[in-house]
Design a protein around this ligand. Sequence first.
Ligand SMILES: NC(=O)c1ccc[n+]([C@@H]2O[C@H](COP(=O)([O-])OP(=O)(O)OC[C@H]3O[C@@H](n4cnc5c(N)ncnc54)[C@H](O)[C@@H]3O)[C@@H](O)[C@H]2O)c1
Length: 355
Amino acid sequence: MSDTRIGFGLYGAGLVAPFHAKALQASSKAKLVAVAGRSPDKVGKLTAEFGCRGYASLEEMLADPAVQVVNILTPNDLHFDAVIACAKAGRHVLVEKPPAVTLRETDAMAQACREAGVKLGVVLQCRVRQPIQAMKAAIAQGRFGRIYHADAFMKWYRAEDYYLMNPWRSSRRAGAGVTVQHAFHYIDLLQYLVGPVQRVTARMSNLAHPRVELEDTLLALVDYANGAQGVVEASTALWPGTDLRIEINGENGTAIMVGEHMEVWKFKEERPEDEGIRQLGDASQATGATGPAALGFQDHQVVIDDMVDAIREGRDPCIPVESVRPTLEWALAMYLSAKEGTAVTLPLVDEDAVW
Ligand SMILES: NC(=O)c1ccc[n+]([C@@H]2O[C@H](COP(=O)([O-])OP(=O)(O)OC[C@H]3O[C@@H](n4cnc5c(N)ncnc54)[C@H](O)[C@@H]3O)[C@@H](O)[C@H]2O)c1
């Protein structure tokens, strides 16, 4: 029987690459064809473990006709050039989060992919978690009534070594910092569920990583356009690191996801399906709280399989880059608020003022 799986190539062979490789290995729709990166050792390790081809550059990998989709796994400020190169080469793209470090680049990459007729999806895999999908559906059905609060609490821990492993991890311009790097997933969940955001007031500090010039802690107050309010607390300073919490409180119900598990699901009007929804997610699955390797690959696999379906069905991927732009705008507004010590109202008029 012929192999109908779509060929994927990974660009970047660092910490997140094995999660993509394992997801591709487990997929029945996609297969790992090649890895490209500037470190021969890291590329060699992956090609040996996963039985794929290795390339020294993105350009070389793009010359391989078996690579139909490229997953971009380089530091955040390098995503843009790579996406443009893939679009020019007619390849679909899954780019790791955040898609770019500026709104200007995000818009330009979206346009380049549209014009080239290729798909551009973002790896914000927490969106596909079952509890989040259940919250999204309940919000669409109006089950919460008026939403009063939508909060994210990310009390994680990363040792200072993590930030010193590679220069980009401690460079604000390269897209590092707890807000745009780690908390980006959870800011995105709030944006996806309850956004858009109207106004934000943020405070940033460095509590536990003195050799790094970045915020390791974010505290923010949020006003959503729909009248809800919320809090974002995110830190990588809080040893040993505990599971993330996403909380939605409305006039008629409350839902709380802890890690990837539905911890609380309670509505004034109970429905027959609610007991099943309360069981969603695996409470024992690590979700990054204690270290970068404390993570599963199953959510990545859902995003990868969806890209295959999107290509075959001629539709958008489940996390199109346009849907992530407001998340980046909100994150940048938090940097501006922290810098100026004032509330910032969106839309962000001058993104250069952030730096
Ligand atoms: N979705 C998730 O849960 C998740 C988790 C971790 C990281 N990420 C994202 O994945 C991306 C990579 O993160 P990581 O932790 O693997 O980083 P990393 O530093 O471990 O790996 C980055 C890779 O890019 C390569 N690289 C570095 N500088 C380069 C340059 N100038 N030119 C070409 N290649 C270069 C490195 O050699 C390495 O192979 C980031 O965008 C990050 O935000 C996402």
